[in-house]
Design a binder for this molecule. Sequence first.
Ligand SMILES: *Cc1c(COP(=O)(O)O)cnc(C)c1O
Length: 395
Amino acid sequence: MMTFRDQLRDELDAIEAGGLTKRERLLTSPQGPHITTANGPALNFCANNYLGLANHPEVVAAAHEGLDTMGFGTASVRFICGTHEAHRELEKEIAAYLGTEDAILFPSCFDANGALFEVLLTAEDAVISDSLNHASIIDGVRLSKAKRFRYENRDMAGLEECLAAAQGSRRILIITDGVFSMDGYFAPLEEICDLAEQYGAAVAVDDSHATGLIGPRGAGTPARAGVSDRVDILTGTLGKALGGASGGYVAGSREVVDLLKQRGRPYLFSNAVAPSLVAGARVAIRLAAAGDDRRAQLDTNAARFRSRMAEAGFELLPGSHPIIAVMFPGDDGARQAAAIAEDMLKLGVYVTAFSFPVVPKGQARIRVQLSASHSEADVDACVDAFIASRDRVTS
Ligand SMILES: *Cc1c(COP(=O)(O)O)cnc(C)c1O
């Protein structure tokens, strides 16, 4: 009989044989547009550092001060003795930023989504989910006993069928990503809210790839779509545009937040965001809210990248979000995308290739993420590397 360890080795070998092994590249510098890895310097185009706040001096200084005034650890979950004043202030500031009554912090957005559905929905209820929702939503939905319905990505006829099928449930909750991370596509929130109202459903949006960078003041996709007062619940992360450290939240009505504080298992049984990170995130949110110049630069960078890449004959998924999917369709696409990304790193440009099962078969891509902290020269260097590597790999 195979030992436990040999069985695991077999599984790892199968992952390797399928070309699916993910390897970490070790950074030896702070996160930013220009990083140093163990293999040398690189221009970074695969971070969620949309506003360039991950190593902003004011954020770093605030975190230092937080460390000095509140110490390193809480050594407790929130409800026992692990809540600093700063935790509560951050929750209020998140709510004010997003225009909700209140907010509750979690160790991560993964945990926020892990808490949400189990607390709000029982077997008498229904949850309706977009097929491309983030893994944390899929897992969170699995933890609830609600009836589950799923519609194809952004398919409003499909959503309406789900809503019709869910009628008779005590509560119906629609959950969608605000921005889909592999495509940079926006969820059609206005249509979703219209259907939700027609069928008596509540709407939750995970705005992890939008908060800070999308919409007026960076308040996210509901603000962009003009439906902030029609979306019931927002979840999001402090790990992307808002400083990029860690932490997540649920924002919504006082009742949603109060109930999560009583029953949300990742809130009750896991330490909160460390105090120094809370202090840094508070400054990051302030900078994001006042960051029209950063958002304008981000838009300029994304537009420049899109137009130069299109000019060079690359196929891009359409849109305006700083997530830009450079497509390599067809049977050979996965190999091409991987080879080009690897070659680009040799030229000092760091991008990531994605293929099945992360994206559908035949839709391999290199996902580029722009930041406000990229200069025009950085963007051009990325495009030039794409062109050079395409020529080298396909010739
Ligand atoms: C990144 C992401 C998360 C996870 O955020 P963490 O705070 O890092 O756990 C959850 N949902 C979506 C849509 C994301 O993009």
